[in-house]
Design a protein around this ligand. Structure first.
Ligand code: SAH
Length: 222
């Protein structure tokens, strides 16, 4: 990646982006702060050039290594859910991937700690985030299923990959009053987006809607 065209032309122009924001509203996204940040953030720089023209479609797109850039609706929904329980200062993201969700979060919370198990994806994401001057992001190459204990506890955690059951380590690294937003379920089976709120009296679970995510895998890829 040498030059990144942040402005965008044709299929990546502001007009195309505005149509996406309109669609997100129609699908029920209501948080204006989230929509504003998504309107201003160039999604096309998080894709290979050959796919950039599809960046403002409301669909997930391949980023290599059998991984995907999450669908804009899902990014918006998860971010909205994460922020709904109040302003956040320390947020853990599991599965940096392209870095797009990371970039959205970084503009809405104080600090983002993001973990990715595939090194080349992490390196590309780092370059893009630097280009966007998002310096409140801390990236780590590791298995995020275990969270990031040295940097926790967090007041919110978002996972972009689906485990079959909720990882206890992630719940453990949440502050009281903190919220975990995560897809749960089998690959090729039924997955649900679930919100876990950690309260004085324990963890409260809320099932949100059916979703399709790549699996949360163990170990790292160099
Ligand atoms: N929000 C990202 C989603 C990428 S897909 C985007 O929009 O680009 C999910 C990512 O989670 C993949 O990059 C995958 O490698 C990563 N992942 C899966 N299991 C993981 C784990 N245990 N630890 C860290 N990252 C993981």
């Amino acid at each position: 990646m040498t030059t990144l065209n942040l402005q965008g032309i044709g299929m990546t122009s502001q007009r195309t982006r505005d149509r996406l924001i309109q669609r997100l509203r129609e699908r029920g996204i209501e948080d204006d702060a989230v929509l504003k940040v998504m309107r201003a953030t160039p999604r096309h720089i998080f894709l290979d050039e050959a796919l950039a023209h599809r960046a403002y479609e409301d669909s997930s797109l391949p980023i290599g290594f059998q991984q995907t850039l999450s669908q804009p609706y899902i990014v918006a929904r998860m971010t909205e859910l994460l922020l709904a329980s109040g302003p956040k200062s320390r947020v853990l993201e599991v599965g940096t991937g392209s870095g797009y969700q990371t970039a959205i979060l970084a503009q809405l919370v104080e600090r983002v700690f993001s973990v990715e198990r595939i090194r080349p994806l992490q390196e590309k994401a780092r370059e893009r985030l630097r280009h966007l001057r998002l310096h409140n992001v801390h990236l780590r190459h590791a298995d995020g299923g275990m969270g990031w204990p040295q940097r926790g506890p967090f007041d919110a955690i978002l996972s972009a990959a689906a485990p079959e059951v909720v990882p206890q380590d992630l719940l453990d690294q949440l502050d009281i009053g903190g919220r975990l937003v995560i897809p749960i379920g089998k690959q090729n089976g039924q997955q649900f987006l679930v919100v876990y709120d950690k309260t004085e009296n324990g963890v409260v679970e809320q099932q949100i809607e059916p979703v399709t995510f790549v699996p949360l895998l163990g170990g790292v890829v160099a």
